[in-house]
Design a protein around this ligand. Structure first.
Ligand code: HDD
Length: 714
């Protein structure tokens, strides 16, 4: 252990150029993990440039930042190594973005086990009540490139690294519990179909194009996941408001070697919440960093998000007893059949200090499991195990990516892997092979059967002829898509149909459109008919083989109120011409604070007390909108101003209302509600009493979307 930390220090020296620095040393002495709230495992890799001189990459002080020229007006010299190296380093600043999930944001946190779960797993992070394990979690969208907008419609990645005391465990999941395909060999096809067209590279981060729906309709295993993505799960309110899933069945294995199948779940303790499509689209332009911002701000304001971690446990012999195969990643196990047992809780409480070093360089791998956790025979999972190891070599440029600070396990690493690009360690063992006698047999093999060092379930057996085939137990890919749709409330079903109308109406190929209707019709004639209507096409005759009335209680996003509204933002619309609207905004800010809701005061100018101008503010940025008394002056003759686009205050209020948000008006401003098309139905708050209004409004924020405001067709 000591040797490893000594080496870390050496590495840090090279990075920090410590001997030449003045003031605070860049390399801090390592403290035991968790000794104080400030203590963090990346601390020793940080570089503190405050109070320092500029140096070259090898530590020589640099006099100034001008290039070396032959005469003041002459050309720069080839011998100017300072300039050459600086430009060269810049030229190589980027690494390849992730082939999928390129756009994302991450945070540090801690996982706490609720108990000693050694009855179901030998995983050390779960073997003690209250045991804490550091985590690093990255959220992402799948299809867009690294600079794409956060609120595009997509499946969202939810990748968690547990730095356990027995090595790293990466649970690389999504916010949707199922996947488009059943076999990893189809992954490149899926991704090629959803990525932008190869000739013109459009559209960015969107599936509203022919190749995506061509694939979806030719490969109907995609339908179930597609339904989840077309519903609210594709456009969450924030990363904080989505669940996470391991998707595949994995195995938990005990110290005694017994194993069971499990599905892993992260249940958001903020409650599930989703945007509506128009909001999401506008946000993509108004604030492409909306989710990134939200996560960062929530953590900085002490409202770090939390998730409960749980498992559905299934006996090995029950793998086929639910009417589908639990090795098929296009299926959920409805929680009515197997409830989720909560095992622990995760809280994110620390933002990265450097996006590139941490978020961009974190390299998750499905193959990173720890003792007590094992794979299943799910063919999608099997292929993933290879892909993640391989892709990191492409991104990092060599095999030593696990040595990067964010990727290092928090335990010693001893093996005979050597050298390679970017090797950080100075291995002292000259007998880098096994077995050996020259190094006393070290590193020695850990016991392969019980106790130290196994993660493969000893009872696992496989047999069979070699076949390239899909198991007949994977054949029904329509029934669960139907069950998902049945389980949504009517307005949510409408959102899903609207999303399909939006996407399918942009398809150019008549054949693809017709194939889409054929597949939708296998799930529901009603869906095919309603989507077809927007396409000006007749749905095929009902195809009822997979029609069913099954429902599950745990998939709707719009059927519940949120357990907390902490981290939400409310706009208070004011006018500096209005009588006292700014002081009322200040009172509202104070009244919202105990609920963890922040107030953004919007005004014509950035005068003291105003946080945003009408010229920049937009309803998409807020979870609720209140017009302060006095601001009604901006509705009448003053609705047009050169300081903001015409009618902007009214637009903020009416958009917020239209998108289902709680809205309100105080005192003399009450009249603007009707004037802005706001009817007095649930989620509209009026009155002169700040405390009274805020109390009702906080409840309205918990409802989040007042769904009666959206039309449903039939
Ligand atoms: Fe994947 C990244 C999730 C199937 C190949 N995947 C990646 C990330 C997430 C997922 C969250 C981003 C990790 C991060 O934040 O760095 N992927 C999934 C889920 C799947 C899935 C839940 C199905 C259940 N993936 C899947 C298959 C393959 C891949 C079948 C290949 C055969 N995935 C990759 C990859 C990526 C990746 C190309 C790109 C960057 C990376 O791995 O680190 O290897």
């Amino acid at each position: 252990m000591q040797m490893i930390w000594a080496l870390f220090t050496l590495v840090g020296f090279a990075i920090g150029g410590c001997p030449y620095m003045e003031g605070e040393p860049a390399i801090k002495a390592r403290q035991p993990m968790g000794s104080s709230a400030e203590d963090h495992f990346l601390d020793e890799f940080t570089v503190d440039d405050s109070n320092s001189y500029l140096t070259s990459t090898v530590g020589s002080k640099i006099q100034d930042d001008k290039s070396l020229k032959a005469g003041e007006r002459g050309p720069t010299l080839l011998e100017d190594v300072i300039t050459l190296r600086k430009i060269q380093h810049f030229d190589h600043e980027r690494v390849p973005e992730r082939a999928v999930h390129a756009r994302g944001a991450a945070a540090h946190g801690v996982f706490t086990s609720y108990g000693d779960w050694s009855n179901i797993t030998a995983a050390s992070l779960l073997n003690q009540t209250g045991k804490e394990t550091p985590v690093f979690v990255r959220f992402s969208t799948v299809a867009g490139s690294r600079g794409s907008a956060d609120t595009v419609r997509d499946v969202h990645g939810f990748a968690t690294r547990f730095y356990t005391d027995e090595g790293n465990w990466d649970l690389v999941g999504n916010n949707i519990p199922v996947f488009f395909i059943q076999d990893a060999i189809l992954f490149p096809d899926l991704i090629h179909s959803v990525k932008p067209a190869p000739d013109r590279e459009i559209p960015q981060a969107a599936t509203a194009h022919d190749s995506a729906w061509d694939f979806f309709s030719q490969q109907p295993s995609a339908l179930h996941t597609l339904f989840w993505a077309m519903a609210g799960n594709g456009i969450p309110r924030s990363y904080r408001h989505m669940d996470g899933f391991g998707v595949h069945s994995f195995r938990l294995v005990t110290n005694e070697g017994t194993s069971k199948f499990v599905k892993f779940h992260w249940k958001t303790l903020q409650g599930k919440a989703s945007l509506v499509w128009e909001e999401a689209q506008i946000l993509a332009g108004k604030n492409a960093d909306y989710h990134r911002d939200d996560l960062w701000n929530a953590i900085e304001s002490g409202n770090g998000p939390e998730w409960e971690f749980g498992v559905q446990v299934v006996d090995e012999e029950d793998a086929l007893s639910f009417g589908f195969d639990i090795l098929d990643a296009t299926k959920i196990i409805p929680e009515e059949l197997v409830p989720v047992t909560p095992l622990g809780k995760m809280k994110l409480n620390r933002n990265p200090r450097n996006y590139f070093a941490e978020t961009e360089q974190v390299m998750y791998q499905v193959g990173h499991v720890v003792r007590g956790i094992d794979f299943s025979e799910d063919p999608l999972l099997q292929g993933r195990i290879y892909s993640y190891f391989d892709t990191q070599i492409n991104r990092h440029g060599g095999p030593n990516y696990d040595q990067l600070p964010i990727n290092r396990p928090h335990v010693d690493v001893h093996n005979n892997q050597r050298d390679g690009a970017g090797q950080n360690f100075i291995h002292l063992n000259t007998a880098a092979y096994s077995p050996n006698t020259l190094s006393n047999g070290s590193p020695r093999q850990a016991n392969q059967t019980v106790g130290n060092g196994f993660f493969t379930s000893p009872t696992r057996r496989v047999e069979g002829n070699l076949v390239r085939a899909t198991s007949p137990t994977f054949a029904d890919v329509w029934s669960q898509a139907r069950m998902f749709y049945n389980s949504l409330i009517p307005v949510e079903q409408q959102f899903l149909i609207n999303a399909m109308r939006f996407e399918a109406s942009q398809l150019k190929s008549e054949i693809v459109k017709s194939n889409v209707l054929i597949q939708l019709n296998r799930v529901s004639h009603d869906i095919a008919r309603r989507v077809g209507e927007a396409l000006g096409m007749q749905a095929p005759a009902a195809d009822p083989t997979y029609y069913n009335d099954n429902r599950t209680a745990f998939v709707s996003i719009f059927n519940h109120t949120l357990p907390t509204v902490r981290g939400f933002k409310v706009a208070v619309l004011t006018s500096d011409a209005g009588n006292g609207s700014l002081s009322q905004a200040a009172a509202l800010r104070q009244a919202f604070a105990p609920a963890g809701v922040s107030v953004v005061v919007v005004g014509e100018r950035l005068v003291p007390g105003v946080n945003a101008t009408y010229s920049a503010a937009d309803a998409t940025a807020f979870d609720g909108i209140i017009v302060a008394s006095g601001a009604e002056v901006l509705w009448g003759a003053n609705a047009t101003s050169t300081l903001f686009p015409s009618q902007r205050p009214k637009q903020i209020l009416s958009d917020g209302y239209r998108w289902g948000k709680p809205v309100g008006a105080m005192g003399s401003a009450e009249g603007v509600l009707r004037e802005s098309g706001v009817d007095t139905i649930p989620g509209v708050y009026a009155g002169g009493d700040v405390q009274g209004l805020v109390k009702g409004f906080v409840e309205g924020l918990g409802v989040f979307k007042f769904v009666d405001r959206f039309a449903v067709d039939s």
